[in-house]
Design a protein around this ligand. Structure first.
Ligand SMILES: [Zn+2]
Ligand SMILES: [Zn+2]
Length: 139
């Protein structure tokens, strides 16, 4: 009986760790229909984006995607399809704590970019960072 328990524990520690982070698309045609979920999965000590899908606010709220924050590079994996609205792979985080996707024209030379957050409407200069500390959403 004891051994059985031990092996169960082993299995669960090897389980895939994944969760969903909410983001908004700053390039979507509609300002009210721009919400999407990003599935992130743990690879070693890092979190990477593996999938993205459209979601409405009500469902996002019911799923409770608004609990914890996660730190990682959030690099997209090969399967990651990009934003479901504009197909961008870019991801930014506003000072309000929310994440959003954005489109860039060509390369950003300075490492800085001016963006408007689709969550709180604030415009600001964003610096490219290696790691983000993302919150689940807060809907
Ligand atoms: Zn987008
Ligand atoms: Zn914001």
């Amino acid at each position: 009986m004891k051994e059985e328990k031990y092996s169960n524990k082993e299995k669960s520690s090897n389980k895939i760790q994944a969760k969903v982070i909410l983001a908004k698309c700053s390039s979507a045609f509609s300002k009210s229909d721009n919400l999407f979920g990003m599935r992130i999965q743990k690879f070693g000590s890092d979190w990477k984006r593996t999938w993205a899908f459209k979601i409405d606010a009500e469902r996002a709220h019911n799923e409770g995607y608004d609990k914890e924050s996660t730190t990682g590079t959030f690099e997209p994996t090969a399967e990651y399809p990009g934003c479901p609205y504009c197909h961008s792979f870019n991801l930014a985080q506003c000072s309000c704590g929310k994440s959003f996707c954005y489109k860039t024209e060509g390369k950003i030379k300075t490492g800085e970019i001016t963006l408007t957050c689709p969550w709180c409407g604030k415009s600001g200069t964003y610096t490219m960072v290696d790691r983000l500390d993302l919150q689940g959403g807060g809907y």
